[in-house]
Ligand binder design. Structure first.
Ligand code: COA
Length: 251
């Protein structure tokens, strides 16, 4: 089965990340497939809401670290940047169902979703500093705005995982559901949204997001540092240490 499964029913486009043996870590090809699905959903008037989920067990362990080591994304049209542009500019409602780990982009993409349902097993983290990287997807702007500066500093500078209850308490998630109910909860909510007047829905989302019109600029600023850090000796050490199952040593 494909590593990105795309289905449409009842006006809802669902994108399921399906690479369970690697905790749904995202390769360039997978980002490309998700970016294509978002573009197709945007262009198709029959699609009225979009759900993003992970195959059972994980939402996503974030960017594939082997890909980061071997094939670091550099161009603005690289699949990861196309995907980030897609979620950050989507005009239709995005609903996420998070089961298990949501690491790195697994957590930053949620800041662009309109509604986020977390399973009891969900574990969120922004481990960029631990990987000698910097935040991406405008999370350096959106997270402090969403949860407050001190909480965001704890999440980004320490990079430690936190659970569904903590995500709910700080506003990253809308609700916590039992693991076996989270996808259906997200789908049922998306179907509710799909039945609403589409123009009103699109304009209401646009108005709420309008105040965040600095997202693209922040992403560009992050991108400059992210790309440079990706090829740094610090990042190589952090990622090599992950695969060698040992603590990294800096300096
Ligand atoms: N890139 C590439 N492979 C990854 C991966 C990633 N981001 N995350 C997990 N994997 C692989 C592991 O190498 C392992 O592969 P193997 O079975 O061939 O050894 C497999 O997925 C299962 O991962 P494992 O670490 O054994 O699972 P776990 O439940 O103990 O831990 C995580 C899950 C997500 C906490 C842990 O895998 C992790 O920290 N991954 C890295 C996350 C990360 O830093 N992402 C980048 C963010 S920018």
């Amino acid at each position: 089965m494909s590593e990105i499964v795309v289905q449409t029913s009842d006006g809802v486009l669902s994108i399921t990340i399906n690479r369970p043996d690697k905790k749904n870590a995202l390769t360039a090809a997978m980002y490309g497939a998700m970016a294509d699905a978002l573009d197709a959903g945007e262009a198709d008037a029959a699609v009225r809401a979009i759900v993003i989920a992970g195959a059972p067990g994980a939402f996503t362990a974030g960017n594939d670290l082997q890909d980061f080591l071997n094939n670091p994304p550099q161009g603005d049209n690289s699949p990861v940047f196309r995907f980030l542009r897609g979620i950050s500019t989507a005009s239709k409602p995005l609903v996420a169902a998070v089961t298990g780990v949501a690491v790195g982009v697994g957590s930053t993409m949620l800041l662009h979703c309109d509604l986020v349902y977390a399973a009891e097993s969900a574990k969120f983290s922004f481990p960029f500093v631990n990987l000698a990287l910097v935040p991406e997807a405008a999370s350096s702007l959106l997270l402090p705005r969403m949860v407050g500066y001190h909480k965001a500093a704890e999440m980004i500078l320490l990079g430690e995982p936190f659970d569904a209850a903590a995500a709910l308490a700080c506003g990253i998630a809308n609700a916590v559901c039992p693991d076996d109910r989270v996808v259906e909860t997200a789908m049922a909510t998306a179907r509710k949204l799909a039945a609403k007047p589409p123009t009103s829905l699109r304009l209401s989302k646009q108005l709420m997001k309008q105040a965040q019109n600095d997202v693209a600029g922040q992403m560009a600023a992050e991108g400059v540092h992210f790309k440079a850090q990706l090829t740094s000796a610090e990042a190589r050490e952090a990622m090599t240490a992950f695969f060698e199952k040992r603590p990294p040593k800096f300096g």
